[in-house]
Design a protein. Structure first.
Ligand SMILES: Nc1ncnc2c1ncn2[C@@H]1O[C@H](COP(=O)(O)OP(=O)(O)OP(=O)(O)O)[C@@H](O)[C@H]1O
Ligand SMILES: [Mg+2]
Length: 357
């Protein structure tokens, strides 16, 4: 029995300090040995959003103990680790630098390879942690900072099919929550409030629904929600607005995903068509149910990460590390933190006023 790779993953791109050890079994499926996440919600709550300087300080304070706990919980010894993978971008540069420097230093001290990981590739590969996912596949990445459809051809090989031209979907959930007076981070609360409301009460806009291919836009929704909240008087009206928002998002994603399916099929002539949904918003149960239903209608196999691995975590970073380790794709110790790091680096920038679709 050959020794299986043991990878330490480290994540610090935003407001979660996380570390995880993963390996693989005889069937070459990944096995998560430990997955420690320390969220900074309490640090940022009073400011209604992430404060970079405070986030970086908190990472510095916690990273040693989080990595130590990840190693202890894995039941393995430090000298058994084969490589260290740290998130190098995208994210807040002061936050990225903490996990990146820690990972490089740790790798140097153990004389083991260092692997720089794109955080978004972590989300993209997260369903591999619980299922046998093969390339190519269509990815819908819906997170706090990104909303994109990508054709994933292989490790590091991405073709962007569509992207948001303004806000990310997670941002739209968070901003709507803030307007409804829900404490930061409010996005996940919308889904809960929506259960008590009437989804047909408010007619919200669906920007660029009938143009721009599978590109997305959510900024107009925020403006509409703002106008309505000014006249909201009762708790029930709050629930109704949350439900109407949730329903509008589902309708936008249903239509845009159908378009993305066609674009994916133009690029890939595979027998088994796979659709992966990842990123923080993939934890939304109603969105999951709706997209599963669409996949049944359109003959796609749907795959989602486990709910607890939709948001930021280090198991997904270690997962990318494991794949890169097997291909001996290592990085030098001068690898920079990259606050911007697109999965498809050839795709044109599509944000802001005057964007031509
Ligand atoms: N159940 C839910 N319904 C809707 N949105 C949710 C739910 N759970 C989490 N989110 C949203 O997911 C986002 C967080 O996701 P994630 O941690 O992947 O984002 P991020 O790491 O900040 O951004 P990125 O990955 O793009 O750099 C937040 O905007 C949050 O509101
Ligand atoms: Mg993320």
């Amino acid at each position: 029995m050959s020794k299986k790779p043991l990878i330490l993953g480290i994540e610090s791109s935003c407001d979660e300090t996380a570390a995880s050890l993963i390996t693989e079994n005889e069937q070459k499926n990944p096995v998560v040995l430990s997955n420690i996440i320390s969220s900074q919600v309490d640090v940022h709550k009073e400011f209604g959003g992430v404060v970079p300087e405070l986030a970086a300080r908190s990472h510095i304070e916690k990273i040693d103990s989080i990595v130590k706990k990840a190693i202890n919980d894995s039941g393995r010894k430090i000298n058994e680790i084969d490589a260290i993978a740290s998130t190098a971008g995208p994210g807040l540069v002061v936050c990225l630098s903490v996990g990146l420097s820690f990972g490089k230093t740790f790798a140097a001290s153990l004389n083991k390879p260092f692997i720089a990981v794109n955080h978004l590739e972590g989300h993209a590969l997260s369903p591999k942690l619980n299922s046998d996912l093969k390339y190519p596949y269509l990815l819908l990445l819906i997170s706090g900072g990104h909303s994109q459809f990508l054709s994933v051809q292989g490790l590091g090989k991405y073709k962007r099919l569509g992207t948001t031209i303004d806000d990310a979907l997670g941002e739209a959930f968070d901003k709507t929550a803030k307007l409804l007076g829900i404490e930061f981070p409010g996005g996940p609360q919308i889904e809960i409030l929506a259960q008590k409301g009437n989804p047909n009460k408010y007619d919200l806009p669906k920007p660029i629904l009938n143009k721009g291919g599978c590109n997305l836009s959510f900024a107009g929704l925020k403006t509409a929600v703002l106008k309505i909240t000014k006249n909201i008087k009762t708790e029930q009206e709050k629930f109704d607005l949350a439900a109407s928002f949730q329903k509008t998002i589902e309708e936008i994603l249903y239509k845009k995903t159908k378009i993305a399916f066609k674009e994916f099929e133009k690029l890939n002539k595979t027998e088994k068509k796979i659709f992966v949904v990842a990123g923080g918003v993939a934890a939304n149960k109603k969105i999951r149910i709706m997209l599963k239903k669409l996949c049944n209608e359109e003959d796609y196999l749907s795959m989602f990460p486990p709910i607890e691995l939709c948001g930021d975590n280090a198991a997904m970073i270690a997962m990318v590390g494991l794949e890169k380790f097997k291909l001996k794709k290592f990085n030098n110790f001068d690898h920079p933190a990259k606050p911007r790091w697109a999965l498809d680096e050839d795709a044109i920038f599509l944000k802001g006023a005057g964007v031509q679709l």
